[in-house]
Design a protein around this ligand. Structure first.
Ligand code: GDP
Length: 246
């Protein structure tokens, strides 16, 4: 017997979602850098993927790219941390880049490595000129950690002016009941309220690589960032996003 849920999902995919997914599927590895000055300087929008280790960042990138191992999590705490860049768009004319930033929060990482990571992240978020958007992966069963908040503080001035957009993906949503999902969205919305200004573009989205929840919406949000459009994302009907357009 066919599964009506999957069938319905396939039939309901809108042309906009299809085109956004076709675009995220073009993601391919470009280069890796261990220092900011090794990153190529370019004029295209760059979208950074950030999150604490195990939040589901590699899985989300791979899901968006439809690639099994484009991004991969290092399970070796303290290894040299790198920023991986992926190009998107036509092969001969890329139109955007994804930057996969090192996961953070390994308890076992020695202090010097943590401080070095913090400096790289702080510099990248504060000064990387091409940075147009940040996708923060948060495990909703843990919520925003102190390190997540620290990271947001580094990029907050640029989020406030609208120069850098922010999308918070509440990952592994398949593990939550409807009630827990509602509570997770509410908690994230409250935690992000401080970043909200008239010019900020901030979204919260339930995301699951397992049941594909939020994948289309995330792809559409990122596509809209690159084309300069503004999207107000709402994770669940009835909940107010951190900021609404007038
Ligand atoms: P990273 O360290 O942030 O890159 O995290 P990973 O992408 O490696 O994911 C960490 C763990 O969470 C892995 O065991 C994944 O299989 C699991 N995971 C990631 N996304 C999901 C999801 O949507 N649903 C479920 N149930 N597990 C997930």
């Amino acid at each position: 017997m066919q599964n009506p849920r999957i069938l319905q999902w396939r039939m309901n995919i809108t042309p906009a979602a299809k085109s956004a997914l076709a675009w995220t599927h073009t993601a391919r590895f470009l280069t890796t850098a261990s220092h900011l000055d090794q990153l190529p300087v370019h004029e295209l929008p760059e979208i950074a993927f950030v999150g604490r280790s195990n939040a589901g960042k590699s899985t989300a990138i791979n899901m968006l790219a439809q690639h099994k191992r484009l991004a991969f999590a290092s399970k070796t705490p303290g290894r040299t941390q790198h920023i991986n860049l992926f190009a998107l768009g036509p092969k001969d004319a890329p139109d955007a880049y994804f930057a996969d930033l090192p996961g953070y929060g390994y308890a076992a990482v020695e202090r010097a490595a943590k401080l070095r990571w913090q400096q790289v992240m702080a510099d990248y978020l504060a000064v990387r000129r091409s940075l147009s958007g940040v996708v923060l992966m948060v495990d909703p069963r843990i919520g925003l950690t102190d390190l997540d908040r620290q990271l947001l503080a580094w990029v907050a001035p640029r989020v406030g002016t609208g120069e850098v957009r922010l999308l918070v993906l509440l990952t592994k949503a398949d593990k939550l009941s409807r009630k827990q999902a509602d509570a997770a969205v509410q908690a994230a919305t409250v935690a992000l309220a401080d970043l909200s200004t008239d010019d900020a573009d901030i979204g919260v989205l339930l995301f699951s690589a397992l049941d594909k929840r939020g994948v289309e919406d995330a792809a559409m949000a990122l596509r809209a960032w690159v084309t300069g459009a503004r999207v107000a994302l709402q994770a669940l009907a009835g909940l107010t996003p951190p900021r609404t357009d007038p």
